[in-house]
Design a protein around this ligand. Sequence first.
Ligand code: ADP
Length: 170
Amino acid sequence: MSIKIIQGDITKLDCDAIVNAANSSLLGGGGVDGAIHAAAGRALLEECRALGGCETGDAKITGAYNLPCRYVIHTVGPVWHGGSHGEKELLTSCYRKSLELAKANNCKSVAFPLISSGVYAYPKKEAFQVAVDTIRDFIAEVEMQVYIVVFDKAALAVAEKLFSDLIETS
Ligand code: ADP
């Protein structure tokens, strides 16, 4: 089992779980959150409403409704405030808690967007490093195929520079 970086739209993937870079209300937003809710349909919002929000660094799981995957794991990344406000620990926690939830629900394949790297302004290079390090640590112990899905050109450029060995081209 391994970690792979792929380019595309996470809402199209039919792996066991996709991870949503949500906000603490869990009631939808822009970016990947908006795309996931739009593709999943209103029923996802109804289930999220019943969860009562989510702390930064934590994760919660729901059904996937109209999406091709089985579950959506909602995690709340930190907003970047310069790097000395616990951002790295919180982002690490997002990946770890999401992977633990995936494991607890018998998921064998999980796809992450680059959490916090959009509106929350976490620098993409550092965001990638946290993602890859945390996922690597986890899959050393647990059998799981994990994807990091890059969407924008800037993220792809960083991946090509730093993690070309992990990029899967189709
Ligand atoms: P955050 O608020 O955690 O920064 P964003 O949704 O603004 O979340 O951005 C997180 C990352 O997700 C960004 O790199 C953005 O380009 C990417 N993204 C946006 N839409 C999609 C999508 N449909 N599939 C995968 N990644 C996406």
